[in-house]
Design a protein around this ligand. Structure first.
Ligand code: AGP
Length: 613
């Protein structure tokens, strides 16, 4: 998934573009490039590898101009190289395009254009767009773009510019996100909000099938057939600093420590403690549908799928509503039995994950009421949902999701409480009791983060040498074992597996030896006794245990040895205990990855949001 920035105004375009691309680098990065209209015409500069390679090239040979586009690439078609880096041009070199997504019909289009004499120089799907627009260009880039876009099939967010129409940017969206930034005498196009916050907080989001015509002094939205669309800028509350590292070494560490605030902000204005009530206003028309809900299907990918697994427990135990969980990438291939009585909940930090969007559309298309739990206002998932329960985690820049995950758990808790109250399956007193437990979580997080971080950093000294990890959890904590394993493998590149603890004796126990660290989640209450037995089974086979333990560890004494470890988290109500159990697992993965010298915020092969299927 790629990063795009376009600028037109009075500033030097290269500075604005590079600044914006830096804030988008988490979206994907194997090459980068810019194109600027200079005094000598349309100049292009590209570089393979990290953005800094492009910056070095531009500082050696600057490009001066007030109108241009830039791009960071995460390759889908064509290997990462300078030649395949965007922007791509037409035969004349006077028209450039930057693109995020996949043009699914690029091969027949390319064959047709080559037969008409167009000369291609890359293996990318994107280059087809430049030649297609060129073939339709008769002096109006807007018209040529409209005609060309109607021929494209697939997913795209793209920006076009032409040397013969200085000051005009054309943006278009079908799938991956695109936003318009509105400034005073200057306008911007970008893939995502953080790219623009240093310049403007007035942002409008393009919808699917919409095109933006942008000049220094104005911007307009329309559909491909030319019908205008109201430009509805939103005032984005995130300030530029918030989207920066705030003094932490990595975005990921900053975001781990932002979780108390993210949880507080996600609760803000949505609960009535005294009355034992929850009111999620933004659910809008979907709130009425909640009363008639017979079952819930939770759709997500990756870490958000782990949140969905916790959500199943919350919905079934708090609201007494059957809930099932499906991978976004699997759901639509199993002829799902979904109907009017189903509430489909799409869970996504970015709101742009193609697999989750596709599953969500499948469920809604089969008659379900679609609700989004999402961290990005205006993203595609929120635009397609009948109602949205926004997580207010703020921009999550680190590729490994942390504060968005715990905020999703809070949002799922609120949904379960709201559903229980609306359906009459949860009394006000019981709701109040759950809310008291939930509102204590931010403080418990604040109380424990610093100590857990010190322990995790200390443990990482040895754990960095491990070649495998096994994470064990039961019940509502089994998804947390999965999440802890995903965190470890996606940023440290060390293999890690999450397992329901009860399943260990059905296979994984064969893995146990003194080299394999076993992370065991030991909450208070249900399942603790059995978890203690699992810990003893591991110890009996010489295994090393890292116990994530809620509350006093008196029943662990005599079980663990000096080489084992205990990471103590505060005790919380069972429903909310996952919010606390997750913290040490995030910190463990972070410090092992740092010690392993990994690119923690931008792990290899990963992108922050996977907008291709
Ligand atoms: C999270 O640590 C991963 N980077 C990844 O699994 C992510 O959760 C997944 O791609 C879903 O993203 P979304 O929440 O933006 O839909």
């Amino acid at each position: 998934m790629c990063g795009i920035v376009g600028y037109v105004g009075a500033r030097e375009a290269v500075g604005v573009i590079l600044d914006g691309l830096r804030r988008l680098e988490y979206r994907g990065y194997d090459s980068a490039g810019v194109a600027v209209l200079t005094g000598d015409g349309l100049a292009r500069r590209r570089a393979e590898g990290k953005l800094r390679n492009l910056e070095q090239s531009l500082s050696a040979e600057p490009l001066a101009g007030h109108f241009g586009v830039g791009h960071t690439r995460w390759a889908t078609h064509g290997r990462p190289s300078e030649e395949n880096a965007h922007p791509h041009t037409d035969c004349t070199g006077g028209l450039v395009v930057v693109h995020n997504g996949i043009i699914e019909n690029y091969l027949p289009l390319k064959a047709r254009l080559q037969a008409a004499g167009h000369r291609f120089v890359t293996q990318t799907d994107t280059e087809v767009v430049a030649h297609l627009v060129e073939s339709l260009y008769q002096g109006s880039l807007e018209q040529a773009a409209r005609a060309a876009l109607r021929e494209l099939e697939g997913m795209y967010a793209l920006v076009l510019m032409h040397r013969d129409e200085p000051g005009l940017l054309i943006g278009a969206r079908q799938g991956p996100p695109m936003v318009v930034g509105l400034g005073d005498g200057e306008h911007f196009l970008a893939s995502d909000v953080p790219a623009l916050l240093a310049y403007t907080r007035d942002i409008a989001f393009l919808g699917d099938g919409e095109m933006a015509v942008v000049r220094g002094d104005r911007a307009a939205l329309s559909r491909l057939d030319g019908t205008s669309v109201e430009l509805r800028p939103q005032r984005i509350a995130w300030d530029p600093v918030q989207a920066e590292k705030g003094g932490f070494r990595h975005f990921m560490l900053k975001e781990i420590h932002e979780q108390p605030r993210a949880v507080r902000d996600t609760l803000l204005g949505r609960i009535g403690l005294e009355q034992g009530e929850v009111h999620v206003e933004e659910l809008g028309p979907a709130a009425e549908a909640l009363r008639k809900v017979e079952r819930v299907t939770l759709l997500a990918c990756g870490t958000s799928w782990h949140a969905a697994l916790v959500g199943k427990f919350l919905l079934e135990q708090i609201a007494q509503v059957p809930a099932e969980v499906d991978y976004g990438s699997e759901f639509r291939y199993r002829q799902p039995l979904v109907g009017a009585g189903t509430l489909a909940v799409g869970i996504s930090q970015s709101g742009e994950t193609a697999d989750t969007l596709a599953a969500f559309r499948e469920a809604v298309g089969r008659g379900a009421t679609g609700v989004a739990i999402c961290n990005v206002q205006g993203s595609m998932l929120t635009r397609e949902a009948a109602g949205t329960l926004l997580t207010h985690a703020g921009p999550e820049i680190g590729v490994a999701s942390t504060k968005a995950f715990t905020s999703q758990l809070v949002a799922l808790g609120l949904l379960a409480l709201q559903l229980g109250r609306l359906k009459g399956t949860l009394s006000a007193d019981a709701c109040r009791e759950h809310l008291v437990g939930l509102t204590r979580v931010p403080h418990l997080m604040e109380q424990s983060l610093a100590g857990l971080e010190r322990q995790a950093e200390e443990l990482s000294r040895e754990l960095v040498h491990a070649t495998d990890f096994l994470y064990l959890g039961r019940g509502i904590h089994y998804p947390i074992a999965l999440e802890g394993a995903l965190k470890m493998k996606e940023i440290s590149y060390i293999h890690a597996e999450g397992y329901p603890a009860g399943e260990m004796k059905h296979g994984p126990i064969a893995l146990i030896d003194e080299r394999l660290p076993v992370v065991a989640l030991l909450p208070r209450g249900r399942g603790r006794e059995k978890m203690l037995s699992n810990v003893q089974e591991v110890k009996a086979r010489g295994g090393r245990v890292i116990a994530v333990n809620a509350g006093p560890d008196d029943d662990l004494r005599g079980v663990l040895e000096l080489r084992d470890a205990v990471l103590t988290v505060p005790e919380a109500e069972e429903m909310w205990s996952p919010l606390l159990m997750t913290l040490p697992l995030q910190l463990l993965a972070y410090h092992v990855a740092v010690r392993a010298g990994r690119d923690v915020d931008q792990p290899r092969n990963l992108a922050k949001s996977v907008t291709v299927e």
